[in-house]
Design a protein around this ligand. Structure first.
Ligand code: ADP
Length: 454
């Protein structure tokens, strides 16, 4: 390589993902700028960065979502580019626009594509037009309850009322029959208004036993698009992923190739650039698109392990204008990878457990990766997402990956606060998990059986 791709990258995030991006920058010889709230001045992402700037008080809206403060931090430190990580400003089209307007590079897609995919209806319309199969549903936003009733009668119950601006599993309600439609309509809109300030909703057929299978794509600015295969993220609670696998235990290589060809052709026609994930529900051998995430995902490491690729490095290279330099035929899939999300939450009630970590020991050894910003003595603040670590294992086969995961979970010690580690230990012993025989509804039912509410 001639020289560094950028002199300095500002990472507009915190926690494990801020460290993840820093690591890629450092290996590329790029300087790093951390931003942090006053609650995070002792955080690992601040300690390990070359430079850091405090951008505001603890509340995310005043710090990690404070666009003016972050742009000012980039300007005073002389950063050339901003990597948004996931969450926070990563899917904020106005922020991407502002970054570019300030003469900096936004490490991600264009603001037009972020905007298009951020609205689930325009995303559905665009994908349908590009030949990607959708979950049956309303063609656009629902003007009123009557319209919802008419479409539900047409496609058949159960149906799901979903927020156009939805994310994080919020603003989504099932109606099992016409009786429940009015309530689902009301609750979904109320939730959407509170969470996103936008109560526009649409309707989809509610699939009763799908898997969540998503496809990692990467596109450069020279018209090349590749995919790095699928991730199976069917283990969810309240529509939030808890454990992810690459590849899916149920997908054949031919099915992967087929959906991969459809998705990459669609994104090439769209002129998409940088990383993206197309999320599908998969049932009875059929894929149905639900949404596209225009950013790096929490679960990207399982893909990195099976494809032997650094996705953040690829994002940075593409943002600097480099070509991918390889084709789909060069991408090989090797072995099986599993990721457990370790949350600072009670493993039975799921209530957040911020507080001081008194001891921390991460597992290691062959095929084990831990992405975390925890350390002994660190105080997990109560203000942010509860994800505190990701444990990723990689092995030649799925049974070997499960054996490795069991061993790594046994080694993993986070003392002082409760975490979801014991929940993962129980999940991986279930016969359904071991057989790879689960849908998006399985985990919720397992949790109800395992921890009945008193
Ligand atoms: P969000 O943006 O809030 O994450 P998604 O549209 O990605 O919303 O859906 C999140 C999860 O909700 C999916 O992974 C799936 O488990 C469930 N889900 C979404 N749409 C449907 C549907 N039509 N039928 C059944 N489950 C669904």
């Amino acid at each position: 390589m001639a020289g560094p791709l950028f002199g300095k990258v500002l990472i507009a995030n915190r926690g494990e993902i801020a460290l993840r991006v820093q690591r890629a920058c450092r290996e590329l010889g790029i300087g790093t700028v951390a931003v942090h709230s006053t609650a995070d001045s002792e955080a690992m992402h601040v300690r390990l960065a070359d430079e850091s700037v405090c951008v505001g008080p603890p509340a995310a809206r005043d710090s990690y979502l404070n666009m003016a403060a972050i742009l000012t931090a980039a300007s005073v430190t002389g950063a050339d580019a901003i990597h948004p990580g996931y969450g926070f400003l990563s899917e904020n089209a106005a922020f991407a626009e502002m970054v570019e307007a300030h003469g900096l590079t936004f490490i991600g897609p264009s603001s037009d594509h972020i905007r298009m995919m951020g609205d689930k209806i325009t995303a559905r319309t665009a994908m349908a037009g590009l030949g990607v199969p959708l979950v049956p549903g309303s063609p656009g936003a629902l003007p009123d309850l009557e319209a919802a009733r008419a479409i539900a009668a047409q496609i058949g119950y159960p149906v799901l009322i979903k927020a156009t601006a939805g994310g994080g599993g919020r603003g989504m309600k099932v109606a099992h029959g016409e009786d429940g439609l009015e309530e689902a309509w009301r609750v979904a809109r109320t939730e959407a208004r509170a969470a996103f300030g936008n109560d526009e909703v649409y309707l989809e057929k509610y699939l009763d036993r799908p898997r969540h299978i998503e496809l990692q794509v990467m596109a450069d600015t020279h018209g090349h698009v590749v995919h790095f295969g699928e991730r199976d993220c069917s283990l969810q609670r309240r529509h939030q992923k808890l454990l992810e696998e690459a590849g899916s235990p149920v997908l054949t290589p031919a099915e992967r190739d087929a959906i991969g060809a459809t998705a990459t052709a669609a994104l090439a026609r769209l002129g998409y650039r940088n990383a993206g994930t197309l999320e599908f529900l998969y049932q009875d051998g059929q894929f149905a698109f639900i949404e596209m995430n225009t950013r790096l995902q929490v679960e990207h490491p399982v893909t990195e392990m099976v494809c032997d690729v650094d996705l953040v490095r690829e994002q940075i290279r593409i943002a600097a204008g480099q070509e991918l330099g390889y084709t789909q035929a060069d991408i090989a899939f090797s072995g099986h990878a599993i990721e457990c999300r370790v949350n600072a939450e009670d493993p039975e009630t799921f209530s957040p457990t911020p507080g001081r970590v008194t001891a921390f020991h991460a597992p290691g050894g062959l095929g084990v990766r831990v992405d975390s910003a925890l350390y002994a003595g660190y105080v997990v603040p109560p203000y942010y997402d509860s994800l505190v670590a990701k444990l990723i294992v990689h092995a030649p086969t799925r049974p070997e990956a499960i054996a490795r995961l069991r061993r790594a979970l046994d080694e993993f010690a986070v003392l002082g606060i409760k975490t979801t580690l014991p929940l993962h230990q129980r999940i991986i012993e279930q016969p359904e998990f071991q057989a790879g025989d689960y849908t998006i509804h399985w985990l919720e039912q397992f949790v109800e059986r395992a921890f009945p509410k008193q």
